[in-house]
Design a binder for this molecule. Structure first.
Ligand code: F6R
Length: 597
């Protein structure tokens, strides 16, 4: 995790780094720091918490600086553990994203140094210092030290005696840009987009040097290699809370528009996969984490029912470590909002090494995942700032449904008329989502009643089981209430023991083929005095009579109902979290992009 930002060659380096770190705070926000070079000295400022709007910085002139916003891995979020970390003489400063797996043995090789932090990063500053004292240039020292580090990481380095900014990538993203004289290096293009129009994406084992002569790129053997810059789109304008108290709430309201945009952007004729591959396609493996994994679970139903292709949905983190069997006629669909989730990207690498074809569903153009995939299907959610994913999830569903239709049509399982009808039905979703959002004040009132409960159970069946998981995840993340999602029928196999008058149970009870069974589950909960909040179709008065509260969602074709059943669960989590006075957009211990395994 963590965000890195460095810049050189202009007098506004301090404010540029601070703005960059603010843009990168979605990657971690428990502490931050900056190192400014001035008059052969480094001035380091570090603090705990989020990067402030206008931090107190020394009034010095500087044209070289690096900064960091942290999500703790090794060592608590304290000032001592905040980056930048420096060599003993304070001449070399390092910021780091990722994990250095062998940091302990490297630390043990420096018994004469008294370490000031518990981080895996500080050792890099000391190793660089030793290498430079041994006669190496800073660039050669970084190349050699980096080759001794194991793990996935990105580093930015400066030295008080050199007017140059160094970056190294091994698994964690680094992108650089220049306007000829000024140079910037960051963890993502979002932070860079306010500075320059083109980005240089580093590959693994590449080292970039920015100095007064320009940018220079080197491979792992230290050979100079050509620089290739790509256009980056400006994304900063999306970064405003338009009259809302929280981004999460704003992003829920944006769902109708972004689902619409995602359907508009879909090209039904696109060559998603080569036709011979589709004809031999035997299995789809969907990879993702958290909310993205939940979207995959919904898609499993669509892909199996519409395209008749067996689907396995896997936690990316588990997939990669169990030596999975992958065949040349398997297709991987990797789902990620950020495109920088370490577990997902590592799982995709494993799949690619074994010869799989990879489709990436991603909301972040230019991210690592999009650069690894054979085909990219963008989700057009726009920048999602709230750490708890809402609009990214529903746009993922939109693309996944369209992929299922694409495959069904290519396999002649849907003729073009039926396919047209299904695409038309999908176009009704934005209006239905808008209607579902109108239950806001009713849900707020329910949230007021349940704000003090510390546990909740979420139940659903079929397509709505993943939605129950998603509802429980939303509540956990933003309100710190313990919540679990279960397939409704599983309740009697254990979780029913939890039910008493203190246990709210959110049940998705849609009039489909499992409806009667779900009603029976509701009766079982009521018989044990549990409190039932049901999500049902508008007009279902029988359901209303069976539960304590019912939140109605508008009708849609059955297979599209997850788009609307998730909305009240997002709102419920949000309002409970507001009542509990939680940090809605930046919940404790989380980060928007989980770039460590
Ligand atoms: C939940 C949430 C996380 C992410 C997960 C994967 O609200 O945001 O569970 O879904 O960390 O992130 P991406 O989709 O960026 O790979």
């Amino acid at each position: 995790m963590c965000g890195l930002f460095g810049t050189r060659g202009h007098p506004e380096v301090a404010s540029s780094v601070i703005k960059g770190l603010q843009d990168l705070s979605y990657r971690g926000y428990d502490s931050w720091g900056i190192a400014l070079q001035s008059g052969q000295e480094l001035h380091v400022v570090r603090d705990i918490g989020l990067v402030p709007e206008s931090p107190q910085l020394p009034t010095i002139s500087s044209s070289l600086a690096i900064g960091h916003t942290r999500w703790s891995t090794h060592g608590e979020p304290t000032i001592a553990n905040a980056h930048p970390h420096t060599s003993v003489d304070g001449k070399i400063a390092v910021v780091h994203n990722g994990i250095i797996n062998n940091y302990q043995s490297l630390k043990d090789s420096l018994p004469h140094i008294s370490f000031k932090s518990d981080t895996d990063t500080e050792v890099v500053a000391h190793l660089l210092d030793e290498a430079c004292k041994g006669g190496l240039s800073l660039t050669e020292a970084l190349r050699q030290v980096a080759s001794r580090l194991s793990g996935r990481f990105a580093l930015l380095v400066i030295d008080s005696r050199d007017d140059c900014l160094l970056a190294y990538r091994q698994g964690s993203p680094v992108v650089a840009g220049t306007d000829g004289t000024r140079q910037w290096i960051a963890s993502d293009t979002f932070a860079l987009s306010r500075c320059c129009e083109e980005g240089i994406y580093l590959e693994d084992e590449q080292l970039l040097v920015a100095d007064a002569t320009g940018m220079h790129l080197y491979n792992g053997s230290g050979e100079s290699i050509p620089i290739h810059a790509e256009p980056i789109s400006s994304q900063s304008s999306a970064h405003k809370k338009e009259g809302y108290d929280h981004f999460m709430r704003q992003e829920m309201d944006e769902q109708a528009a972004v689902i619409h945009r995602t359907t508009q952007a879909w090209d039904r004729e696109q060559p998603l996969l080569p036709m011979p591959f589709v004809q031999n396609l035997k299995r789809i493996i969907i990879l993702g984490c958290g909310t993205s994994w939940h979207a995959g679970l919904v898609a499993e139903y669509w892909l199996e029912n519409l395209a008749k292709i067996p689907v396995e949905v896997e936690y990316a983190s588990e997939f990669r470590y169990r030596d999975p069997l992958i065949y040349s006629n398997d297709c991987i669909i990797a789902i990620s909002q950020s495109g920088e989730t370490a577990d997902t990207n590592a799982a995709v690498s494993v799949a690619k090494e074994k010869g799989a074809t990879v489709i990436a569903l991603c909301n972040t153009p230019g991210s690592t995942l999009t650069r690894m995939a054979d085909t990219v299907c963008p989700t057009h959610a726009g920048m999602e700032i709230g750490v708890a994913s809402t609009k990214a999830f529903t746009t993922q569903l939109t693309v996944l449904y369209q992929i299922a239709l694409w495959l069904a049509e290519r396999k002649n399982l849907l003729n073009s008329n039926s396919c047209d009808e299904k695409h038309l039905a999908l176009r009704q979703v934005p209006e239905a989502v808008k209607k579902a959002l109108k239950a806001d004040s009713e849900i707020k009132a329910i949230a007021a009643d349940y704000q003090h409960h510390n546990n909740a159970l979420y139940l659903g069946r079929g397509l709505h089981f993943p939605i129950a998981l998603e509802g429980a995840l939303k509540l956990k993340e933003v309100s710190y209430v313990h919540a679990e999602g279960y397939p409704a029928a599983e309740m009697k196999h254990g979780p029913i023991a939890l039910i008493d008058e203190e246990m709210p149970v959110v049940v998705i009870a849609i009039q489909d083929h499992t409806y009667e069974k779900v009603l029976a589950n509701i009766a079982e909960i009521k018989a044990r005095r549990g409190k039932v909040i049901a999500i049902g179709l508008a007009g279902d008065e029988h359901l209303r009579s069976q539960c304590d509260h019912m939140i109605a969602v508008p009708a849609l074709p059955t297979e599209l109902l997850p788009f609307v059943t998730v909305v009240p669960l997002q709102l419920l989590a949000y309002h409970i979290a507001v009542y509990r006075d939680c940090n809605i957009d930046k919940p404790r211990n989380l980060a928007k992009s989980v770039t460590v395994e």
